[in-house]
Design a binder for this molecule. Structure first.
Ligand code: FEO
Ligand code: CA
Ligand code: CA
Length: 736
């Protein structure tokens, strides 16, 4: 979701990721540095023994043949990253209402919001006339994270298959111009029930079968695998918080189930072939009544405030106002009954989880895996699985001043579990250890364990008395505060290098940093080594934004011997190419300058794809996607960032290591990426084209006419979020 939401006048703004709800007084970097000088760790080049072991093993391995329902073997190890070379001409920054790709590439649309996935529903009418119920069978809105699962002839996971697969796509939110409705969202403090029902079904996830036939890649309408998971779908709670009283509702008095996954931003996937979808800005749809604090315990109030839901807070979507039936009333997270089992006071606690879905089993029940903690989950990115070692998943909490986490499974990876769906998920994701990151100024880092009874996470904790591990997971932010984790500049996507296992994570921007010389007030923070820049973005002679407007990408290498240790540097700094050298620390030029990195993805070759969701460089260019061939942690050195804070920067970028691959249409965000394993078909998502303009539905005047504009410059059709297919005209590999 974009950082800026200039919605139609009279309508409430979207939940703003910039809202700060972290009031903890975690130590500043100077204090950490002083405490840690005695165990300073030097950055060293080379590959760790863990990574070396990975190089010798395949990322996914499996049993069975292609004619067998069992999964098929993974492909041979990819070529060494050193063989990779970017091989396209950089696309120029532009503000066209088009997806602009390099010469020699094709663009087509796989699906857009409202497209029917089955037979029996009319195709998109461009007038909002589709029924609410039909969105249980149509592509949802706000395309975001996604993943490609190869599908064997027999219907099993086939990791190396490229011409047939299941594409799982998140539908993050209902885009502000409300193209779903006949004439936008009806004004008023009470929502129209039909509109709300349509919005509930337009959120969530779509899974569709995709086939590639010659040069055409299309959705298989009517496939038995085509499925919608929405904000009303029944799902299980699993893991340590299952059954916890804080998850009890009228719907599930035993706290074992709930309905819906919401505001699914980025994603993940598992080595056994399931999809992970991550709940981020669920505050879009959850309200809390005035005076509710009087009905709550001190612990409940501390939790509600830390998760951004103070009393008397109305959600932007106001779903709870559309009617008194359960479909609508449950979005009011307030005390209305005699007990938590008689109302929906705990709705807030039923969101903010990582949800596992088995795309190969359309009737399976999705699971909220509570062992991975509750926060504004951007996504969940697995390290390459290694036989006999735990599954490791990296995660970020996308709000200003929030944290980076990792989950380490108790069970060790066994490739025989490929294809075992939700049962494998239960094995690896319901028991394990959650950690939160502290990035020290000397380039070392610590993973701090979020386990009940350790590190003061018990009833003695002054800010919040933890009762058990379920309580720690439901209130992971409060636990991370206690441990002194590092507050980051809005963690967005992560990606793990397929061969050396180094982890990259975008930090999209933070307007809440203040100058090193300033005295922070409220939630403001001074820069620190891992979030080092403070500067003013001057446009037309006046300050447009300040803090860290352009964002950066941190990366780290895990210790080969200690699960609690890492070494980090800053791989890349977003900047305008004309910015001062201490802002443009990666020396970006016209062929690769960008702002506000968000989506991030490593393909199997080790090419890194960087996507932007920007509000700072949009006077010059629409959002974009770049290809990169990164080095490794420690390939740069010490640097002084704008504002005077010392940091550790990666090697400077060149046209050979970072290059702009495409630019999107007007007022969009580029997000979500998947690649077939043969590297010949790339999918990415255009989210919310035309979002910043006030639409005129009668005159059909919009801020963007994409995707219709891609083939017809005079088209006057509604802007729609969509999945785009990129191929090479000569059928070659993408990017090289
Ligand atoms: Fe939905 Fe954090 O972007
Ligand atoms: Ca974003
Ligand atoms: Ca995002």
């Amino acid at each position: 979701m974009s950082k800026q939401h200039d919605i139609v006048a009279s309508q409430v703004n979207e939940y703003d990721e910039d809202v700060v709800v972290n009031p903890s007084s975690n130590p500043h970097f100077d204090d950490i540095l002083a405490a840690r000088l005695s165990r300073r760790v030097a950055l060293k080049g080379g590959i760790s023994t863990t990574a070396a072991a990975l190089l010798g093993g395949s990322i996914l391995s499996a049993c069975g043949g292609s004619d067998d329902p069992a999964p098929t073997p993974a492909p041979a190890p990819p070529p060494a990253p050193a063989a990779l070379k970017i091989g396209f001409n950089a696309v120029a920054k532009n503000k066209n209402d088009l997806v602009t790709v390099p010469d020699g590439y094709n663009v087509s649309i796989l699906h857009a919001v409202g497209d029917p996935m089955h037979f029996g529903d009319l195709s998109w009418q461009d007038d909002g006339s589709e029924s609410a119920d039909s969105y249980n069978r149509r592509i949802g809105d706000g395309h975001d994270g996604m993943y490609w699962f190869g599908l064997s002839d027999a219907g099993a996971y086939q990791a190396d298959r490229s011409d047939r697969g299941l594409l799982a796509v998140n539908h993050e939110y209902v885009v502000a111009p409300y193209v779903l409705h006949p004439a936008g969202r009806a004004a008023g403090a009470t929502r129209n029930a039909t509109e709300v029902e349509k919005e509930i079904y337009a959120h969530g996830v779509s899974i569709v079968e995709v086939k590639r036939d010659g040069g055409n890649t299309t959705m298989v309408r009517g496939s038995r695998y085509n499925r919608r998971v929405t904000s009303a779908t029944t799902m299980d709670f699993t893991g340590p918080a299952r059954g916890n009283a804080q998850l009890a509702t009228l719907f599930s008095t035993g706290a074992t189930q709930t309905r819906g996954t919401n505001n699914n931003c980025a994603n993940g996937y598992t080595p056994w072939g399931t999809y992970l979808t991550c709940e981020e800005n669920y505050l879009n749809v959850i309200s809390r009544a005035a005076g509710d604090d009087a009905q709550r315990s001190a612990k409940e109030i501390a939790s509600l405030n830390r998760y951004g839901l103070p009393q008397n807070r109305k959600s932007p979507y106001l779903w709870e106002t559309a009617g008194s039936t359960d479909l609508y009333a449950r979005w009011n997270s307030s005390v209305t009954g005699a007990a938590a089992t008689a109302d929906y006071r705990n709705t807030i606690n039923t969101f903010g989880w990582v949800v596992e879905i088995d795309p190969f089993a359309p009737d399976s029940t999705p699971a909220k895996r509570t062992a991975l903690g509750r926060f504004n989950h951007e996504g969940a990115w697995p390290a390459p699985a290694v036989a006999g070692k735990p599954i490791v998943i990296y995660m970020g909490d996308d709000s200003r001043n929030e944290y980076i986490y990792k989950f380490v499974s108790k069970a060790n990876w066994d490739a025989a579990d490929v294809g075992k769906g939700m049962a494998a998920g239960a094995k690896y994701l319901d028991e394990g250890t959650l950690y939160v990151a502290r990035f020290n100024a000397d380039g070392s880092g610590d993973w701090l364990e979020l386990s009940y009874g350790k590190n003061g996470l018990d009833a003695t904790n002054a800010a919040y008395a933890f009762a058990d591990q379920g309580d720690v997971l439901i209130n992971a932010r409060l636990a991370a505060d206690k441990l002194g984790a590092t507050k980051m500049d809005r963690p967005e996507w992560g990606a793990v290098h397929p061969t050396n296992a180094e982890v990259y994570m975008t930090l999209t921007n933070n307007s809440n940093r203040v100058a090193n010389t300033a005295t922070p007030t409220g939630s403001q923070l001074k820069p620190d080594a891992a979030n080092p820049r403070y500067y003013e973005d001057i446009k037309g002679g006046t300050t447009s934004q300040k803090g860290n407007p352009n964002g950066h990408i941190i990366r780290w290498r895990e210790s080969a011997t200690d699960v609690t240790k890492l070494n980090w540097d800053i791989y890349l700094f977003g900047a305008e190419s004309t910015a001062a050298a201490d802002v443009n620390l990666s020396s970006l030029t016209d062929v690769n300058d960008f702002s506000s990195p968000d989506g991030l993805f490593f393909d199997k070759r080790g090419m890194l794809w960087i996507q932007t969701d920007d509000g700072a460089y949009t006077d010059v260019t629409n959002c974009m996607m770049l290809a990169a061939i990164p080095g490794k942690v420690g390939d740069g050195g010490k640097a002084n960032a704008a504002g005077g804070t010392s940091t550790i920067a990666g090697a400077k970028a060149t046209a050979d290591t970072v290059r702009r691959f495409l630019v999107g249409p007007k007022e969009c965000e580029i997000t979500g990426i998947a690649m077939t394993p043969d590297n010949k078909t790339l999918f990415f998502n255009v989210q919310h084209p035309g979002e910043d303009s006030t639409p005129d539905f009668a005159a059909k005047t919009f801020g963007s006419y994409w995707p219709a504009s891609q083939s017809d410059a005079t088209a006057k059709k509604r802007p729609r979020s969509a999945t785009v297919v990129i191929t090479r005209k000569d059928n070659g590999d993408i990017g090289v």
